[in-house]
Design a protein around this ligand. Structure first.
Ligand SMILES: [Zn+2]
Length: 186
């Protein structure tokens, strides 16, 4: 359940980092729009994703490169480097992510629930990266790149999964190649 929740926020960020090019800003908006809806909280209306205009793709390319650099740093596993990522992600969150909450009684106990309001691409990136960079859950350990030559897409391994490829098609293609090579040797 917790993993499902995490993946909801992390997967769009990994898919964003995997974009080989950004020909149109809508490629990015399509990835993150569902998060804006998912961050609907309580009775208030869901935020609408703030978007850039066509022609402003360079700004998203810059963000993508930043995410790739952060992922590369996290994957080194070095604590000091991870702290730098945490500080940068924290700054990005402070400027973009609003937390919305409410207090209520649950079985007579006062409970405060909060949720992030992700109404912009940078807010989505910042919150997803924060989940990955967290020392307690260590989700950064699950971030992999597809082993099919020429792919390199980012994906997240779940639990004890040994997944090596970003999707079943790429796993199949790699297996076909392997078989092809095997036959070639005979
Ligand atoms: Zn792949």
């Amino acid at each position: 359940m917790e993993q499902e929740w995490t993946l909801r926020y992390v997967k769009p960020v990994l898919d964003f980092a995997s974009l080989p090019t950004i020909a149109h800003v809508d490629q990015v908006h399509r990835l993150f729009a569902p998060l804006a809806y998912a961050s609907q909280f309580g009775v208030r209306a869901a935020p609408v994703l703030k978007t850039l205009e066509p022609g402003e793709e360079a700004a998203y390319l810059h963000d993508r490169d930043q995410v790739r650099a952060w992922l590369a740093t996290l994957r080194t596993g070095k604590a000091a480097a991870r702290q730098r990522v945490q500080a940068e992600v924290e700054r990005m969150m402070a400027g973009t992510v609003e937390l919305r909450g409410h207090a209520r009684f649950s079985d007579g106990m006062m409970a405060i629930d909060y949720a992030p309001v992700l109404d912009g691409v940078q807010a989505c990136i910042a919150f997803g990266m924060a989940l990955l960079a967290d020392d307690r859950s260590q989700h950064w350990r699950g971030v992999m790149t597809c082993q099919l030559p020429g792919c390199g897409n980012y994906f997240m391994r779940i639990g004890a999964s040994r997944q090596l490829f970003c999707c079943t098609q790429h796993r199949q293609r790699a297996a076909d190649k392997q078989r092809g090579r095997g036959r070639g040797r005979v």
